[in-house]
Design a protein around this ligand. Sequence first.
Ligand code: FES
Length: 105
Amino acid sequence: IRFVFVQPDGSEVPVSATEGDSIMKVAVDNGVDGIRADCNGSAACATCHAFFAQELLCELTPMHEHENDLLDFAATDRQPGSRLSCQVIVSRCLEGQKVKLPDTQ
Ligand code: FES
């Protein structure tokens, strides 16, 4: 699955990802700046915050209440498309999409 990470300055980092991996893992494996992932995917740190296109959200991994709560503590204010990228699994709906990264994690 190919999609693009977009840095806060607008620069784009295209990646090729395997279905079933988390978005956070894809970012880390590809050396993408802007995802810290301090808790290594345990949904405990909110430093893997990313913004997804809203029209995609219904097809992405559903958000659990814990993720929803944690997003309120993200360093950059949450937006309607905010997710913790360790909780979103790569699926076909991401093909060709852009995943924006926040200024601060
Ligand atoms: Fe810590 Fe996602 S890596 S919440």
